[in-house]
Design a protein around this ligand. Structure first.
Ligand SMILES: Cc1cc2nc3c(=O)[nH]c(=O)nc-3n(C[C@H](O)[C@H](O)[C@H](O)COP(=O)(O)OP(=O)(O)OC[C@H]3O[C@@H](n4cnc5c(N)ncnc54)[C@H](O)[C@@H]3O)c2cc1C
Length: 459
């Protein structure tokens, strides 16, 4: 029960920690503990078309299990410091990019070959956007698609399973400082290690906060992003998505001077629900296989909210708004843009008349009863701004699903090694609040593994 390294969580950051430890120091005894299932057993009941609403499973197969919350995602790996987290602030800009490029090389080797790398570098879109006061953020994005992403994860599992011990369906309940290291208590047993890596992602946010509180590690409230998922015919955005795939476009509204941005673009994709701590929000993904594509593109429009005094809990604010939509719609709401701007509810009849056919079976309703006026005005203004570079965005039949909420974990106090004030305890990936994306979470794992693997006591 004594290990050199224990990794809690088998998402992108945990997997890449384990992978890189093998490269740097294959002699280390490593244990990975994951509360969710093995990849082959991860099945969301909504996949069965007869079940349409979230069953609130005790362990959610969308966000828990091997691969973490990224497994059933669109598999978009953005190589950039412009969004997706602040890893560069800890490891340096050049190092952060090199780590993300390394992750990309490993993914290509593990079954991702053939996936296209898009870039904004020579895109005309940037100029066109600027002419309309819209700002395209520079990035390269490798799009694997949900199907290819699963292949990469299963090859990664095959690679790791004989070199690292992996426990599934095992939740870490507590950690404490022990002699020369840490004691990890699960719902089944107790394990000891000298280096401990917490890679518990967004779903482990409340747990990380309580552990940090107990161990005296400082945390700082992070922002919450609130908005909607827009769905429209793929043809409207095809000139953009065919060129750069994922366009992160930022706009400052005239009315409030707030920043609104596009997020997580899924050409020919599907809108899906997401369960965060029992609250239903909306998300999206798409497949690389042309046979699985839909006729629609979806993306999020998000407004960031930061709170300081006297209210600090940004996540609670986001949760309350999402709960309101769940209360009114029994889950996610959908409204036609035309109905929203004319101030009427979308009902079954109006939705059936929509030229854009929804890919998610959401409840027709009225988003103005849920999203605060300020954020809703911001979103409407942004839709009209986007309409200038992608005419048709502001069509009456454009569908808005709500609410989309991006929760960010409280930022944990870590140093440039992503090590806490307790020597040997590392917190990384989305669980640390430092990253919010697949590539940066994975890169943080590589970074920490290189530091641990070369620690004096292990050489
Ligand atoms: C539907 C969806 C689509 C997405 N699409 C994209 C995308 O295309 N591109 C992108 O960059 N990002 C995307 N994201 C975000 C991306 O998935 C995350 O940024 C990334 O997975 C973070 O990696 P992580 O390792 O930090 O955390 P996670 O992937 O969340 O992994 C954490 C793991 O820790 C486990 N865990 C938590 N607590 C415990 C505990 N106490 N004991 C044991 N195990 C525990 C969890 O079960 C989980 O498996 C998407 C997210 C979702 C939900």
């Amino acid at each position: 029960m004594k290990y050199d390294v224990i990794i809690v969580g088998a998402g992108a950051s945990g997997i890449f920690t384990a992978y890189e430890l093998i490269q740097v120091n294959p002699g280390l005894k490593v244990l990975m503990i994951e509360k969710g299932h093995a990849l082959s057993k991860r099945k969301c009941p909504i996949d069965n078309k007869k079940i349409k609403t979230c069953q609130n499973c005790k362990v959610c197969n969308i966000v828990n299990g091997f691969g973490g919350s990224g497994s059933m995602s669109d598999g978009k790996y953005n190589i950039t410091n412009n969004f997706g987290g602040d890893l560069f602030k800890y490891v340096g800009s050049q190092e952060a990019i090199e780590l993300m490029q390394y992750v990309d090389e490993v993914n290509l080797k593990m079954g991702g070959e053939g996936a296209k790398l898009y870039s904004t570098a020579n895109s005309q879109l940037k100029t066109q956007a600027l002419r309309n006061d819209l700002h395209l953020l520079d990035a390269q994005v490798r799009h694997f698609g949900t199907d290819r992403n699963m292949i990469i994860l299963s090859r990664m599992y095959d690679y790791l399973k004989d070199k690292t011990e992996i426990l599934f369906d095992t939740e870490v309940e507590d950690i404490s400082k022990g002699e020369g290291g840490f004691v990890v208590t699960t719902n089944q047993d107790e394990y000891k290690c000298s280096s401990l890596v917490l890679a518990t992602g967004r779903s482990g946010s409340k747990w990380i906060s309580s552990i940090c509180g107990k161990l005296g590690i400082k945390t700082q409230s992070n922002r919450v992003d609130i908005g909607v998922r827009v769905e429209l015919p793929a043809a409207i955005f095809a000139h953009i998505t065919d060129d750069v795939y994922e366009s992160k476009i930022v706009y400052r509204t005239k009315k409030y001077s707030d920043i609104v941005r596009t997020f997580c673009m899924n050409p020919y994709g599907e809108v899906v629900t997401e369960n965060t701590n029992g609250i239903m929000t909306v998300n999206g993904h798409s497949y690389a296989d042309p046979k699985l594509r839909t006729e629609n593109t979806n993306f999020a429009l998000l407004v960031s909210n930061n709170f300081t005094e006297p209210f600090k809990d940004s996540n609670e604010y986001g949760e309350s708004i999402a709960r309101l939509s769940n209360m009114l719609g029994g889950g996610v709401l959908v409204q036609r843009f035309g109905d929203l701007v004319t101030g009427r509810r979308t009902n079954e009849h109006r939705l059936a008349q929509s030229f854009t056919k929804p890919t998610l079976n959401a409840t027709p309703g009225d988003l103005s009863l849920v999203i605060p006026k300020r954020q809703l005005d911001d979103i409407i203004e942004m839709i009209y701004a986007l309409d200038k570079i992608a005419p048709g965005t502001a069509n009456e039949s454009t569908l808005l699903y709500g609410v989309e909420v991006k929760f960010y974990n409280s930022r944990v106090e870590v140093d440039s090694n992503l090590e806490t004030r307790l020597k040997g305890l590392y917190i990384l990936g989305d669980g640390s609040g430092v990253t919010h994306s697949l590539s940066q979470a994975s890169a943080s794992g590589v970074h920490v593994a290189r530091i641990i693997g070369r620690r004096q006591e292990y050489i």
